[in-house]
Design a protein around this ligand. Structure first.
Ligand SMILES: *[C@@H]1O[C@H](CO)[C@@H](O)[C@H](O)[C@H]1NC(C)=O
Ligand SMILES: *[C@@H]1O[C@H](CO)[C@@H](O)[C@H](O)[C@H]1NC(C)=O
Ligand SMILES: *[C@@H]1O[C@H](CO)[C@@H](O)[C@H](O)[C@H]1NC(C)=O
Ligand SMILES: *[C@@H]1O[C@H](CO)[C@@H](O)[C@H](O)[C@H]1NC(C)=O
Ligand SMILES: *[C@@H]1O[C@H](CO)[C@@H](O)[C@H](O)[C@H]1NC(C)=O
Ligand SMILES: *[C@@H]1O[C@H](CO)[C@@H](O)[C@H](O)[C@H]1NC(C)=O
Ligand SMILES: *[C@@H]1O[C@H](CO)[C@@H](O)[C@H](O)[C@H]1NC(C)=O
Ligand SMILES: *[C@@H]1O[C@H](CO)[C@@H](O)[C@H](O)[C@H]1NC(C)=O
Ligand SMILES: *[C@@H]1O[C@H](CO)[C@@H](O)[C@H](O)[C@H]1NC(C)=O
Ligand SMILES: *[C@@H]1O[C@H](CO)[C@@H](O)[C@H](O)[C@H]1NC(C)=O
Length: 535
C-alpha cells in the first residue's frame, strides 16, 4: 500500500440517550425559509457570506472549490442542514474561508472542528459528523487553501491565522451565526480535533479558555516547532533510499515482529498490540546479521544503528530534550513516511516559509542549529506548550486528550510529557487534574484513526460503533460537561479486518493515564472484562 499524502489532510480530525439541551422553538419549516434568505440578512463585521442553502439528508454535496490537495471534492451530508459558506477577513492581507452547518434538529450545542498537518482544508467530514448529531458545526480553512505551507511565505498574517487565529475567528463568528439563525444562543460549546486539530484544541484551552466548554484533543501536534524538527530529523538518520544507512521496506515487518517479540507481553497478553508503548525500550541489536543469519531478515551494523537512532529521543546540543523518541509499534506505517528515505514535506515547508522565510533552505542538511532556531523563533507561540490551564479549570470546562499507541506521525510519548508538564506547572496531582483534564492512551491505534486494535472511539464520522458516551468520545465530552459524568475509560471498537462493514471483532476499554491497560490473565482477551486499568 502506497501512503498517500492526501491522507495526512485527515489527521484531524451525541447521543439520543443524552437529552437535547433545549427543545427547538422555531419550526423546521420556518428555519428552512430562514436559511434561504439568511445570506442576505446576516450582518457580521469583516464577513462576506457566499451562500446559504438547505441541503437534504443523504446529499452527495459537490465541493468544486475544495483544493485538489485536500482530498475528495464531495461530502455526504448525513442529516438535513442549513449550509453557510463565508469569508472572514483577519487582516488586510489574510482571512479565513469557513462553513457553518446548522442542523434543523438542533440540540442547542455548538461545535468547532480543527485541521490537519500544515493544511488549509475545511474539515467537511467532521462538520458532517457534528451536524448529524445536532451540533451547530463550524470548520475553517486555517487561513489558506491546500496542504502546503507555501502561503506563509512573506505573509506573517497567514501564519498567524494558522497558529491560532483561524479557529478562534471561526468560533467567534460561528457563535454569532448560530444565535442569528436559531434566535437563541448556544447552550454549550465543544471542540473536536486531532493532530494539528489536537494542537488547536490545546491552543484554545491555553489562550482562549472562554471558547469552549468541552474540548476533545487527539494526538496533539504540541511542542509544534520541536515536533516539526523531529519529523525532519529522520532523513539524515536513514539517508536516501539504497544508501548503506537506509533500512529497506521489506525489513520493517521483521523489525516490527522483533518489537512485538520483546514488548507485546508487557501488557500480559500477546495479540500484536502494545497497550502502553512507553514501556517498550527497543533496540535492534538482536537483528544484527551473523554468519548463519537469514540475509533477508537481518540488519547490517549501520542499519542497526539507524534503527536505534530512530528509537532515541532528539536532543539539543546542550543535551536538553527537543522531542521524545518515536514509540515502538508504529514502524510498518512509519517506514513509508518518516523513514522512507525522503525529506518530510511539512518540515521543509515549515522551515522555508515560517521559520526562515527562505525558499532555498535545504532540508537534507537539517541539524541542531535549525532545531534550536525553530524553538527560539516559535512563530505566534505555535509551540502550544503552556502548562497553566487554570482558566479552563476555573470556568468548569473539560478536556479529553487521547493518543494512539501506534501513531506513525506524532510520537505518543509526547502526550504524557505535556500532561506531566501541566501537573507540575499547576501543582496538581492526577486526582486533581481528573476534575477537568483527562488523558487516555489508546492502544492499537495509529495517527488519529486506523491501527491494529480497537481504534474506533467516536473521533470522527467513520470511527464509531455506538453513540453511547462510554464508546464515543464526542458524546463522552458532552456527558461530562452537561451531566458531570467524567469518563474513566474510552471503549474502542476493533472491526473485523479493520473495516466497519465486516462487523465488530471486539471492544476494549482504554485506560486513563497514568493507569495502563493489562490483561487479567484469564478469560477471553476479546472480552472487555478480561482487562483492567492498573498502576
Ligand atoms: C459522490 O460523488 C462523487 C462524484 O462527484 C463520486 O465520486 C462519489 O462516489 C459519490 N459518493 C457516493 C457515496 O455516492
Ligand atoms: C480558498 O478557497 C475558497 C473556496 O473554498 C476560495 O473562495 C478562496 O478564494 C480561496 N482562498 C485563497 C487564498 O486562495
Ligand atoms: C495593513 O495593515 C497594517 C496594520 O495591520 C498596516 O501597517 C498596513 O499599512 C496596511 N496595509 C494596507 C495596504 O492597507
Ligand atoms: C491548492 O493547494 C496547493 C498546495 O497547498 C497550492 O499550491 C495551490 O495554490 C492551491 N490551489 C488553489 C487554486 O488555491
Ligand atoms: C534502489 O536500488 C534498486 C535495486 O538496485 C533500484 O531498482 C532502485 O531504482 C533504487 N532506488 C533509488 C531511489 O535509487
Ligand atoms: C525501560 O527503560 C527504563 C529506563 O531505563 C526502565 O526504567 C524500564 O524498566 C525499562 N523497561 C523495560 C520493559 O525494560
Ligand atoms: C528469511 O526471512 C524472510 C523474511 O522474514 C522469510 O520470508 C524467509 O522464509 C526466511 N528464510 C528462511 C530460510 O528462514
Ligand atoms: C546546519 O544548519 C544550518 C542552518 O540551516 C546550515 O547553515 C548549516 O549548513 C547546517 N550544517 C551542516 C553541517 O549541514
Ligand atoms: C524545544 O526544544 C528546545 C531546544 O531547541 C528546548 O529547549 C525546549 O525545552 C523544547 N520545548 C519543548 C516544549 O519540548
Ligand atoms: C479486508 O480489507 C481489504 C481492504 O482493506 C480488502 O481488500 C479485503 O477483501 C478484506 N477482506 C475481507 C475478508 O473482508
Amino acid at each position: 500500500m502506497q501512503f498517500q499524502w492526501s491522507q495526512l489532510v485527515f489527521l484531524i480530525a451525541g447521543s439520543r440517550s443524552i437529552a437535547a439541551l433545549q427543545q427547538q422553538h422555531i419550526g423546521t419549516d420556518d428555519l428552512k425559509a430562514k436559511c434561504s434568505a439568511f445570506s442576505g440578512e446576516l450582518q457580521i463585521p469583516d464577513a462576506t457570506v457566499y451562500l446559504s442553502e438547505v441541503v437534504a439528508a443523504g446529499t452527495n454535496l459537490s465541493l468544486p472549490d475544495y483544493n485538489v490537495t485536500c482530498g475528495n471534492p464531495y461530502q455526504i451530508v448525513p442529516k438535513e442542514i442549513c449550509r453557510l459558506s463565508l469569508y472572514v477577513a483577519t487582516s488586510n492581507r489574510s482571512g479565513i474561508n469557513m462553513e457553518a452547518w446548522l442542523p434543523f434538529e438542533w440540540t442547542g450545542r455548538f461545535l468547532s472542528v480543527g485541521n490537519g498537518g500544515l493544511a488549509g482544508c475545511i474539515g467537511y467530514n467532521d462538520i458532517a459528523y457534528g451536524s448529524s448529531l445536532g451540533f451547530a458545526s463550524v470548520g475553517a480553512n486555517n487561513g489558506h487553501n491546500g496542504t502546503s505551507g507555501g502561503a506563509f511565505y512573506n505573509n506573517a498574517d497567514v501564519l498567524e491565522d494558522f497558529a491560532y487565529r483561524s479557529v478562534h475567528t471561526g468560533v467567534v463568528v460561528g457563535k454569532q451565526i448560530t444565535e442569528a439563525f436559531y434566535g437563541s444562543s448556544h447552550k454549550k460549546s465543544y471542540y473536536l480535533g486531532c493532530s494539528t486539530g489536537g494542537r488547536q484544541g490545546f491552543k484554545s484551552a491555553q489562550d482562549f479558555p472562554d471558547d469552549f466548554d468541552g474540548i476533545v484533543a487527539g494526538a496533539p501536534a504540541i511542542a509544534f516547532n520541536n515536533l516539526t524538527s523531529w519529523s525532519g530529523h529522520f532523513y539524515p538518520i536513514t539517508g536516501p533510499v539504497n544508501s548503506s544507512t537506509f533500512v529497506p521496506q521489506n525489513l520493517w515487518p521483521v523489525i516490527h515482529a522483533d518489537v512485538l517479540e520483546r514488548c507485546d507481553a508487557l501488557d500480559n497478553f500477546v495479540d500484536g498490540i502494545l497497550e502502553d508503548a512507553s514501556l517498550c525500550n527497543y533496540t535492534a541489536s538482536n537483528l544484527l546479521c551473523g554468519s548463519n543469519s537469514n540475509a533477508s531478515a537481518c540488519l547490517t551494523e549501520e542499519q542497526v544503528n539507524t534503527v536505534n537512532q530512530i528509537y532515541a529521543p532528539l536532543l539539543a546540543s546542550d543535551g536538553s530534550l527537543i522531542y521524545p523518541r518515536m514509540q515502538p509499534g508504529s514502524e510498518i506505517l512509519a517506514s513509508r513516511i518518516l523513514y522512507g528515505g525522503a525529506v518530510f514535506p511539512y518540515t521543509t515547508d515549515w522551515f522555508r516559509y515560517a521559520v526562515y522565510n527562505d525558499i532555498n533552505w535545504d532540508p537534507t542538511k537539517i541539524n541542531n542549529t535549525d532545531y534550536e532556531t525553530a524553538a527560539r523563533t516559535n512563530p505566534f507561540n505555535i509551540q502550544t506548550w503552556e502548562g497553566d490551564l487554570s482558566a479552563v479549570q476555573k470556568r468548569g470546562a473539560k478536556i479529553l486528550h487521547w493518543h494512539g499507541q501506534m501513531d506513525a506521525i506524532i510520537s505518543s510519548d509526547n502526550s504524557p510529557r505535556y500532561y506531566e508538564h501541566v501537573s507540575e506547572t499547576m501543582g496538581l496531582s492526577s486526582a486533581d487534574l481528573d476534575d477537568f483534564y483527562r488523558y487516555f492512551r489508546v492502544g492499537g491505534t495509529g495517527h488519529c484513526s486506523g491501527g491494529d486494535g480497537a481504534w474506533a472511539i467516536g473521533q470522527n464520522l467513520n470511527a464509531f460503533d455506538s453513540l453511547a458516551p462510554g464508546e464515543n468520545i464526542l458524546m463522552a465530552i458532552v456527558d461530562w460537561v452537561e451531566n458531570g459524568n467524567a469518563p474513566d475509560t474510552l471503549i474502542g471498537t476493533k472491526w473485523n479486518n479493520g473495516t466497519q462493514s465486516a462487523g465488530v471483532d471486539y471492544k476494549r476499554a482504554h485506560c486513563k493515564y497514568p493507569l495502563r491497560n493489562r490483561f487479567k490473565g484469564e478469560g477471553d482477551a476479546k472480552d472487555i472484562e478480561a482487562w483492567e486499568c492498573v498502576e
